[in-house]
Write a protein that binds this ligand. Sequence first.
Ligand code: RIB
Ligand code: CA
Length: 327
Amino acid sequence: MDRVIIDCDPGIDDSLALMLALSSPELEVLGITTVSGNVPAEMGAKNARKVLQQMNRLDIPVYIGEAVPLRYEYTDAMDTHGKDGMGESFLPDAPGTFPSADAVEFLEKTLEKEQVSVIALGPMTNLARVFSKRPDLIGQVKDLISMGGSFRSHGNCSPVAEYNYWCDPDAAAVCYKLFADAGKKIEMIGLDVTRKIVLTPNIREYICRLDPETGEFIRRLTDFYMDFHWEYEKIIGCVINDPLAVAYFIDRSLCRGFDSYTEVETEGICRGQTVVDSMNFWRRKPNSHILIETDSRRFMKFFLARVMKKQDGSRWLEEELSLLDTI
Ligand code: RIB
Ligand code: CA
């Protein structure tokens, strides 16, 4: 079992990623840390606990993280994720309270004790805070998977930038620099691969038919998100970025990429752009593994087979989901 911390900004696709992580026996989720991104960190923490309640895992602690980016004014993404960050499903808060420690404290204390992996699904503010304070702890990070950035795909909040790295470019830049100094690589799950992961109405209907309870929860989260995608990108369905980062952590064969040295632009019109030195102009040791190809159908079978349950509580097998090849 891989012990992981999930740092996120739930957020609709973050919520689906949490569902996948909590349905995967390969992972032991030690804690969830939230950061201001799609929604403010505190709202994200409440949303994370709504997902934990749905998954009967309120035993997992949720730590509230950084409320604002390192330098830039905070810009949320509620236009995409709804006023509640959960597609305006307005689900009731889960019972219980939050630990007194904040996200950065939890990350620091956990990494001091043991080697764990981090799956980062939001702006990297929490990670920049802990690694700037304690660069020695980077050696304790088994794998850092970051949903963010883009190599050759256009941006989703500017012509060149992906939202997580645009929202707090200084944090992303610090993390890539500190990982370079430490001789380690960040696994970058960027828009090049996540744009290929589209939850369509047909796939969602399939989930509802096979597992009505899970399907209804996912429908409540994604109706708003699908409307947004039609209105702004004329996509029928919704791009679910974050679950691919979790799936890739579990099964690295789901994506293919290359090692490279990467920097993040922090200023001007290209704020948040990932500058991937794929041709090695700068002769720098790689600090990133850039994922550029994925098998979206294989991912969808992986995702559905784990998040859906049969009436007897058992899991579906990927080979039982052949209809996915035709819808
Ligand atoms: O750009 C997509 C990313 O930004 C996703 O993680 C989404 O949840 C938002 O955080
Ligand atoms: Ca996210």
